[in-house]
Design a protein around this ligand. Structure first.
Ligand SMILES: *Cc1c(COP(=O)(O)O)cnc(C)c1O
Length: 453
């Protein structure tokens, strides 16, 4: 079998990140300062982010240089392979060509290190001593811990309680790299204590953990906050993925018909697909599909409204597809996809129908993941398995197409979830309609009082 993996050399590591904002045929709605109800200014973000990242957050420049110190660390695992899933194709009896970009090759097993290293670098450069963050399944906490260790920064991680209990080994990883890890909601912050007062058994959510981490960063001078997804600068750092894929597809003379990625906050999907969006807009041939869980169907069932990024309403208001900042998703095993909102860039592309979205239930996703592991040999992370499921369905429904998906991470630390699946202990969660409707009721008054002039 030919061309099973397409491997680039170190000199092919991208030297610049790609900023899609410069290529969009529409103007983005600004983030809003909830206190003034006016468009957010750079200085509003300075208590929690370093200036280097704030500049990237609002940048209109198309290309942004990647610092050499960041590239030096990227070199540990980049460029990542693009693999052709020939054995999966054979099992599906399809004549479609299925490729996947293997971001599980990073030290922590997911794409998240691409931005973690960049964020740690800019914080270090500006004299920050400590970072706080949230983590769902633990992938982001592990990635940031790895990066903080590389740049000698301290790191404190608020880990969503369901994952803290379901996925203990990512905690071990974070501790190996020197981080402190707390179950969220915790008693360390006012937002955590407030949630626990109402619901001592709260399972936690990314929204709650973000509130805790932001609160702590805002209160301490030497501490900043770091977010693993959603924001423009995070998506920007991930574009190394898609730029490498472009080169790799060129080598095998392929043009993608479908690009598929799973979406939590949207960073792996964006990093993988954004470098192709302009071409798709100009020539209109690529179908770009975002995949999410039915239990947390942000794009497919959410509203396109201004909402807070966290539960305690500490973050700026962002125009995005959202299920409401108070929505706590069911405890599905794809912890990284349990987020009530979505990146504003991806939301805008979806609103303009430049990209599409689909959702799947937990059991069909695990079934696809097991078939992938049995044919290709790599166990996908439960998040990644959503993209695998969509790629398989797409291959079944089409003939002779080139399907490329992002393999955002491996599932070696999610084996307890696989055990449950194989023991028939996993269940599907129905689309939580009434919970979502309740959470969405909070949004309307905010939208009406904005001063957008
Ligand atoms: C965190 C994570 C995701 C979801 O986050 P995005 O920002 O939407 O990419 C997907 N896959 C893996 C493996 C993750 O760790």
């Amino acid at each position: 079998m030919k061309n099973i993996k397409i491997i680039l050399s170190e000199k092919d590591i991208p030297r610049k990140w790609y900023n899609i904002v410069s290529d969009l045929p529409f103007i983005l709605t600004p983030a809003i300062n909830p206190a003034t109800k006016k468009p957010l200014e750079k200085k509003d973000l300075e208590p929690i982010f370093p200036k280097g990242l704030i500049d990237q957050e609002v940048s209109l420049k198309k290309w942004i240089d990647i610092p050499n110190q960041v590239i030096d660390i990227y070199r540990l695992w980049r460029p990542t392979p693009l693999r052709r899933a020939k054995r999966l194709e054979k099992a599906l009896k399809t004549n479609c060509r299925i490729y996947y970009k293997d971001e599980s090759a990073s030290p922590t097993g997911s794409h998240k290190t691409n931005t973690a290293v960049a964020q740690a670098f800019y914080n270090k450069k500006e004299g920050v001593r400590r970072l706080t963050t949230e983590t769902g399944a633990g992938q982001w906490g592990a990635a940031l811990s790895f990066a903080c260790n590389a740049f000698s920064l301290k790191c404190r991680v608020y880990m969503v309680r369901v994952s803290f209990e379901q996925k203990p080994f990512r905690k071990s990883l974070m501790r190996i790299w020197g981080s402190e890890v707390f179950s969220s909601p915790s008693k360390l912050t006012a937002s955590g204590r407030e949630i626990l007062r109402h619901d001592p058994h709260c399972r936690g959510s990314l929204g709650i953990a973000i509130s805790e981490a932001v609160e702590e960063a805002a209160k301490n001078k030497d501490t900043k906050y770091s977010l693993g997804s959603v924001l423009n600068h995070v998506l920007l750092h991930q574009t190394v993925i898609g730029m490498e894929v472009k080169k790799q597809l060129n080598i095998v003379k392929e043009k993608p018909d479908f690009l598929i990625g799973c979406v939590g906050g949207g960073s792996n999907f964006a990093g993988f697909t954004f470098p192709f969006v302009k071409e798709s807009l100009d020539k209109g041939k690529i179908k770009i599909i975002a995949v999410e869980p039915t239990a947390c169907p942000t794009l497919t069932k959410g509203l396109y409204k201004y909402d807070f990024g966290d539960t305690a309403m500490l973050t700026p208001l962002i125009k995005m597809f959202t299920l409401g900042h108070r929505f706590i998703p069911p405890g599905i095993h794809a912890g990284g996809l349990r987020y009530h909102g979505c990146s504003s860039l991806i939301s805008a592309l979806f609103d303009k129908k430049i990209i599409q979205a689909v959702s799947f239930h937990q059991l069909e996703v695990f079934k696809a993941a097991v078939l992938f592991a049995q044919t290709e040999g790599i166990v996908p992370a439960p998040e990644t398995a959503h993209a695998v499921k969509c790629a398989i369905d797409t291959a079944k429904r089409n003939k002779n197409k080139c399907i490329v998906f992002n393999f955002s991470g491996h599932g070696f630390l999610d084996l307890a979830s696989y055990d449950k699946y194989m023991n028939h202990q996993l269940k599907n969660y129905a689309y939580p309609k009434s919970e979502i409707n309740k959470a969405l009721k909070d949004l309307i008054p905010i939208e009406n009082s904005l001063k957008l002039s």
